[in-house]
Design a protein around this ligand. Sequence first.
Ligand code: HMG
Length: 389
Amino acid sequence: MNIGIDLISFHTPAYYLDLRVLAERRGVDPDKFVIGVGQEQMAIPPPDQDIVTLAANAALPVLEEAGRDGIELLLFATESGIDQSKAAALFCHGLLGLPPTCRCAEVKEACYGGTAALRMAAAMVAARPHTKALVLAADVARYDLGSSGEPTQGAGAVAMLVTANPRVLALDPETGFHAEDIMDFWRPNYRAEAFVDGKYSTKMYLTTLIPAWQAYAAASGRTLADHAHLAFHMPFTKIAWKSYTRLCRAAGVPEPDEEETARILRPATVYNRRTGNSYSACVHEGLCSLLDNAPAPLDGRRLGFFSYGSGCVAEFYSGVVQPGYRGHLFTDRHRAMLETRTELTYRQYEDIFNYGVPQDGGDHVFAPYRGGPFRLAGVKDHKRRYEPR
Ligand code: HMG
């Protein structure tokens, strides 16, 4: 019996900053961001959007399509948690009207959290195939203004319904993973912005890719050529090209020419170039991008994924696209969302960055900005108040 992703939807804020505008302000050649790092724009959440609303906004179309019956698990992966105790999953459970017979929990391991949650959900469904799990992954990637990480900020959320006999992607059981206790990127509880050793984190991402791939290849007996496309965790899209070069070398195969490499990698990078890093949501945002933008139908084709979370855990895994999958995508919705976003000026970006959600413990009401069906209306008595728009 196949287990995997029955439906998948992605959501990103309705505002963005063009990285050429940022480059001009920072006195940097725009080609460094657009070509060297591989990013065009970064999504900026307004004050009335946080990880809960981003995730609920991603999930609503999935539930409207599939209903809520049989969902016995809701896992929420994030590294931008809004509470030290209560799981973000429970806020979404309420907003989305999920049944009380549904376990809810938050999962954390940097950008790997989304993959960890997907794997745990798949294991539960394998044990109880008549049940379903909803996996949410949402993050707001923030670095200090003017830091080298700044152009790799972004925001987004992914919702995945995990079932037996899925309509979109059947996960292969074989995976390869690798964990090490390192400090390449971290965010102490008292900070809203991450600390990062950018070069070291990139080195560790590319280094851990190899044992993860080798363990996967050994478990599955597959070669790189068995995968029609690859989707990598993308803190910035250029890393997909660096990763592929490494993988070819490790697999002992010549790297295809530029055109073939772009054919394999590019479809998964289309959305990320415009949203930036969405941390725990990133690799499956790449899956949405790949399914929506692949140049040829993917029915029956195998896709490879690499997930990396700083700290660090790396996993290579794969899945087979299900026949007829195109009838179950949210492609038009994804495209319309990206096409109708509002571009911010540099000043507006900095104002939103500095505003954040106030940390003073006081009561606040947030003006309505553009966004999806749910918004953060304010904070009262130390409690976030969410509402439908
Ligand atoms: P940097 O040091 O400012 O950039 O920051 P650089 O000097 O390395 O330049 C970047 C690239 O642009 C280089 O290409 C330059 O040559 C090129 P490369 O040599 O790498 O191929 N370049 C140009 N290209 C064209 N025209 C030009 C030009 N100038 C330069 N004029 C860095 C880069 C990624 C380190 C920084 O943005 C950063 O610290 N980002 C945050 C950390 C990060 O993204 N790490 C990635 C791996 S860790 C990870 O993925 C986990 C994470 O998602 C968190 C989690 O797990 O939760 C971050």
